[in-house]
Structure formats: structure tokens, C-alpha cells
Design a protein around this ligand. Structure first.
Ligand code: ZN
Length: 408
């Protein structure tokens, strides 16, 4: 990180740009890694102590961070105050899916204040806006009295264009649905939207199994199928329109069955949660217990199906490894359960499908964030703008009253 820091060189505009860049660096460090002393911020950014003191003072003044007195125990020399991200600066989040709409409230530092799952079947956009509005109105007095809301982040299982237009969410049966307009009109907050697996990839890369990994492939398995996200040099790969990462539609079996996308033998037709539950003789309501159900089963048919799915997954991963040469692959949702059922099978399968030099040092891991993953991911869609330029973002944001409420 130190190598990216612009040191103060010239007066005027150059100085202002440097200050804004450094504000971004310090706020990002607090958001990703939590409270730390000024001394730690000085070390990790390579900036000097007085610069860090000035930047922390500015972040505090803007209500984005606050300090608590240092604890003396175990420190050498003058104790350094502890700087915290202000978790009362929040993003509202929405995850529409085929069986529920989940609304969340997430603070800076990735703290999930609230997560409400509202069960409903195949919600339309209109119904989604209605449900989200009702849930947010239920929190309104708390939002007004305690929190500063930066905006609304929506993670959708489908193709989402950079301007929050849902081009296609096949399982929700949404087509060419502009999301930002109706949600902003109903709630008054700016809306950022993205693909759900892409958002989950971001969350895992900041707080989960992909932490610190700059070249990452994330695959998410859900009721709707398989989605993905890719980080290249630490930056989410978006593609020309924001659609990159449809890894579930990697074709693996030319003799397979037809996918809803129209092609034959996509990864998500061979590797599926529904097929696992079917062989286990269970319904989708028991999907949360997939780990236990797979571990407890001594049925040969279950083992055969697990291995069959792992082999197709290994083939797809072999292709992806050849394209992206990742440091790590993180598997979320039911794919984590599938991997846990027989990790050696997948590890060996991937080795067989790939050049040895490409798998050298490669890690395959399960996602760590659990049920909060998509809520944290959707919030990151909102926080990304603030972190890139905290001062500029707050200046553009039309906040009521006095703007961001300073932390206590
Ligand atoms: Zn497909």
C-alpha cells in the first residue's frame, strides 16, 4: 500500500489531489481492517505522523471516523489513539431472490446492523420496490435518529448493467428492468446495483477467505444456479458493459442437458443444488443443512452424485485457471458444501485438468461469510464510491440537514 501513496509535493491542486488520495487510503484501511492506532496507520501507509493526524482529524470532522484514547498496556513509548471507522455511516442493501427479498443495513467497517428476510415467491420489480419500501419505512425513525445513509446497494441474481439496469435475471423472470429509478423515487436514496455473485466476490475478498488475494476467482452456488466474480490485480473484472463473471455458463458437457440460457451442458446444469437435494431425498427448505446432510449420508448414490458434480466442477475450474491464473479460488453457497463433502476429489481433479505450473501454490477454499455474504457484498457496491474519494463523494451526496452526523 505504501507504494501507492502520493507524497505531498506541490501546493494548490496537486496538494488537494494528494490529500484526497490519502484520505481514501486511510478510510479504506479502516473500512477493511477495522480499528487501528495512528501509529499502525503511519506504518502501513508510509505517511508521516503529522499527515496521519491531519487526515484522521479530517475524517473525524466529516463523521467518517472517530478516535478513542489509547490503552497503555503492552505499548512501548507514547500510546497512540485508536482510530475507528464510524459504523453509523451505512448502506441499505437489497437482495431479491426467487424465494425471498432480504433487506440489510451495513455500516462502515462491514458491520451488519440489521438483516431482514421477507419470504415471497418470484417477486416482480414492482413488488420488490413495495416490499423494500415497507421494510425501510419500518426502520425510518432509527435511520433518522442514529444513522447516515449513503445509498442503497442492490445485488441481483442476473445480468446487471453499470447503470443499474437489470438486463436479464432469468430465475426472477426480470427483463430490461431499470431498478434505480423506481427505488430512488420510493425511498429518496441513490441506488447502485450489481450481480449478486460479483458482490459476494468483493465481500469475500475484503472480509473472508479471499482476504489479501489480488488474483481471485469466486464461484457462488445458489438456488438459482452458479454465478461468479473475478478479481484481477485486486479490482473486480467488469467487462465492457458490467456483465463479466457469468462463470456458471462455462460449457462443460457437450452431451449434457439444455441450460435456460439456450446452450447445452453449462456448468450449472451439471452442478446443481437441486440435484444434490434430490439424491438426498430432501426439499429446498433443508438446503441450509446441506453440509450436515452430506456428511451424515452413507448412501452410495449420494457419494456417486457428489463425485460426479465435483468432477464437472474440476473441469470448469481447470478452464478458468488457464484463463485467469488465480492465486485462490473461493467457493460459496452450496458449492462450499459440495467441496467440503470430498475436498481431495476436487483438489486432485483440478490438478489433472490443469498445467502443473498453473496450480502451483493455488489455494481452493470455502467462502467464510456465511448467510451475511450477500448483504455485506451489496453494501460494498455503495461503499466503493465513498472509499475512492471520501471528500468528493460527501460533497456530491445531497444529505439532509447537516450532512454526516459526527460520531460520538
Ligand atoms: Zn447456460
Amino acid at each position: 500500500m505504501a507504494g501507492n501513496v502520493h507524497r505531498a509535493t506541490a501546493a494548490g491542486q496537486g496538494n488537494d489531489q494528494t490529500r484526497r488520495h490519502n484520505l481514501s487510503t486511510v478510510l479504506t484501511a479502516l473500512h477493511h481492517d477495522g480499528p487501528q492506532t495512528r501509529a499502525e496507520l503511519t506504518r502501513r501507509t508510509g505517511l508521516n505522523r503529522s499527515t496521519i493526524a491531519a487526515l484522521v482529524a479530517e475524517l473525524s470532522l466529516r463523521g467518517l471516523a472517530f478516535e478513542t484514547p489509547a490503552t497503555e498496556a503492552g505499548t512501548v513509548g507514547r500510546p497512540s489513539p485508536l482510530v475507528h471507522p464510524n459504523s453509523d455511516v451505512v448502506a441499505l442493501t437489497v437482495n431479491p431472490d426467487i424465494d425471498a427479498i432480504t433487506v440489510g443495513l451495513v455500516g462502515l467497517g462491514g458491520r451488519v446492523h440489521k438483516r431482514i428476510r421477507y419470504e415471497t415467491e418470484l417477486p416482480t420489480v414492482k413488488k420488490t420496490v413495495k416490499i423494500v419500501t415497507a421494510l425501510v419505512e419500518g426502520m425510518q425513525s432509527e435511520l433518522d435518529s442514529r444513522f447516515t445513509v449513503l445509498g442503497l446497494g442492490v445485488a441481483v441474481p442476473g445480468l446487471v448493467r453499470s447503470d443499474a439496469m437489470v438486463t436479464l435475471a432469468p430465475h426472477l423472470e426480470w427483463r430490461e428492468e431499470p431498478l434505480a429509478g423506481p427505488l430512488t423515487e420510493a425511498l429518496g436514496y441513490p441506488v447502485t446495483a450489481g450481480n449478486d455473485a460479483g458482490a459476494a466476490c468483493l465481500a469475500e475478498s475484503i472480509y473472508g477467505a479471499g482476504r489479501g488475494v489480488r488474483e481471485l476467482i469466486y464461484l457462488n452456488g445458489s438456488a438459482s444456479g452458479i454465478g461468479g466474480g473475478v478479481l484481477v490485480r485486486g479490482i473486480p473484472l467488469r467487462g465492457s458493459s458490467g456483465y463479466a463473471g457469468e462463470l456458471g455458463h462455462t460449457v462443460v458437457n457437450a452431451q449434457g442437458s439444455r441450460c435456460h440460457c439456450g446452450r447445452i451442458g453449462c456448468l450449472e446444469t451439471e452442478v446443481s443444488r437441486a440435484r444434490l437435494l434430490e439424491v438426498l431425498g430432501r426439499g429446498s427448505s433443508e438446503a441450509d443443512h446441506l453440509d450436515r446432510l452430506l456428511a451424515e449420508s452413507d448412501d452410495d448414490a449420494v457419494q456417486i452424485e457428489v463425485n460426479r458434480q465435483l468432477d464437472w466442477l474440476a473441469l470448469a475450474l481447470g478452464n478458468l485457471i488457464g484463463i485467469f491464473n488465480p492465486e485462490a479460488i473461493v467457493l460459496g453457497g452450496f458449492l462450499g458444501s459440495l467441496y467440503a463433502a470430498n475436498p481431495e476429489r476436487l483438489d486432485e481433479g483440478v490438478q489433472e485438468q490443469t498445467f502443473a505450473s498453473l496450480v502451483h501454490g493455488l489455494r481452493i477454499e470455502r467462502a467464510e461469510l456465511g448467510p451475511q455474504l450477500l448483504t455485506v457484498g451489496a453494501a460494498e457496491l455503495v461503499f466503493a464510491g465513498l472509499l475512492a474519494d471520501p471528500a468528493g463523494y460527501l460533497a456530491r451526496l445531497d444529505l439532509p440537514g447537516e450532512g454526516v452526523r459526527p460520531a460520538l
